[in-house]
Design a protein around this ligand. Structure first.
Ligand code: GDP
Ligand code: CA
Length: 340
């Protein structure tokens, strides 16, 4: 494996890898990346810039699903069967709230998880920004990466769905309500990210992009995970400016997502639901977009020529994160493409 050599002001021998992440797909990818770089002789520092637009306030608690998924996954606390929340979880708090008839009842608020949200909320209310709170929570979990919220500002993704009871025939629901309560089973008509245009990048985010030796875009949701990170004013500019190659991996294989609702949301944005469609949506850095390179799954090899024609270095390799070894091989292929 070759990690592009250190460059610029940070040329101290440490290889710096920055990853833009959602929850499940991003965290799983970083797990493979860490397994790979731990075998390397040179010091490697991984920074994860995580989406916070899935965040919500629930029963007075601030819940940050993507930050927590990354933290729990890399810190060994995740329920790997469910793919979210704490392992060995119990649900007394949720049951008691339901017994009181308190809404919403659809969100999976586990007892162990509640402790994280209590600590977070208490610190936020004491005046600490989310970035400082995240750092404090990571002191327990030791995820092995620097975990940065994309912003300290409140940003919330809402999904517009049909609702015949409304005069307009539509209504916006919080992203979590669309995903968890509605199970993404109704068409998404539009995606509105409230507060995004006024948000500023969290502390360290822009520098993590400018000082990186390589920037990786994992197979996270291109609309509500990576799309929202890219939408924080200043992030796209930093990606265009950085001397680091930017390489992504497709979350779409054979025209379908693997878990989640990327298909529904890409359709709402009029983006072709395919590995090539997502890459073209991100765009080539040479044409004002953010990508230098893109990996598609072996079954999508026909996308390679199309993307090369669009100015994106492209290769087809297996992209199923079936286990840590397979995921590490994906990370290796991404770093290889970046080094070329
Ligand atoms: P979320 O915030 O928990 O929804 O997680 P992410 O946004 O980080 O990742 C969700 C994306 O991961 C979905 O769009 C999936 O298609 C993608 N995904 C899940 N498993 C795999 C996999 O094994 N391989 C690839 N290439 N993508 C995957
Ligand atoms: Ca998410």
């Amino acid at each position: 494996m070759t990690i592009p050599a250190p460059h610029g002001p940070a040329a101290d021998g440490v290889r710096r890898i920055t990853v833009l992440s959602g929850g499940y797909g991003g965290a799983k990818f970083v797990q493979g990346l860490l397994a790979l770089v731990r075998e390397r002789p040179e010091p490697v520092e991984v920074t994860v810039v995580a989406n916070t637009a899935d965040d919500l306030w629930l029963h007075g608690l601030k819940v940050c699903p993507d930050l927590d998924t990354v933290m729990y996954t890399l810190g060994g606390g995740l329920d790997t069967d469910r793919g979210w929340g704490r392992r060995e979880e119990t649900w007394s708090v949720k049951q008691e709230l339901e017994a009181y008839g308190v809404e919403p009842t659809w969100f999976g608020l586990g007892d162990r998880d509640v402790a994280t949200h209590l600590v977070r909320t208490e610190m936020l209310e004491a005046g600490y920004p989310l970035s400082a709170v995240t750092e404090a929570l990571c002191r327990r979990w030791q995820p092995g990466v620097r975990l940065l919220p994309m912003t300290d500002d409140r940003v919330e993704t809402h999904i517009v769905v049909d609702d015949p009871d409304q005069p307009s025939g539509q209504r916006a629901v919080h992203f979590q309500e669309y995903w968890v309560r509605l199970r993404a089973e109704v068409p998404a008509r539009a995606v509105v990210v409230v507060g995004l245009d006024k948000a500023t990048p969290g502390p360290g985010v822009v520098d993590a992009l400018l000082d990186a030796d390589v920037v990786l875009v994992p197979p996270s949701n291109p609309v509500v995970s990576v799309g929202t990170v890219l939408g924080v004013p200043g992030v796209r500019d930093a990606l265009r400016e950085t001397g680091a190659p930017v390489v992504g991996l497709s979350p779409i294989i054979g025209g379908h997502h693997l878990r989640g609702m990327a298909e529904q949301l890409l359709t709402a944005l009029d983006v072709e639901v395919s590995a090539a469609g997502v890459a073209e949506h991100y765009g080539a850095r040479t044409a004002g977009g953010v990508l230098d390179g893109w990996l598609v799954d072996s079954t999508d090899a026909d996308a390679v020529d199309r993307l090369r024609g669009a100015g994106i270095r492209c290769e087809a390799v297996p992209l199923l994160m079936t286990d840590v070894r397979a995921t590490a091989a994906m990370a290796e292929a991404a770093l290889g493409l970046a080094a070329r």
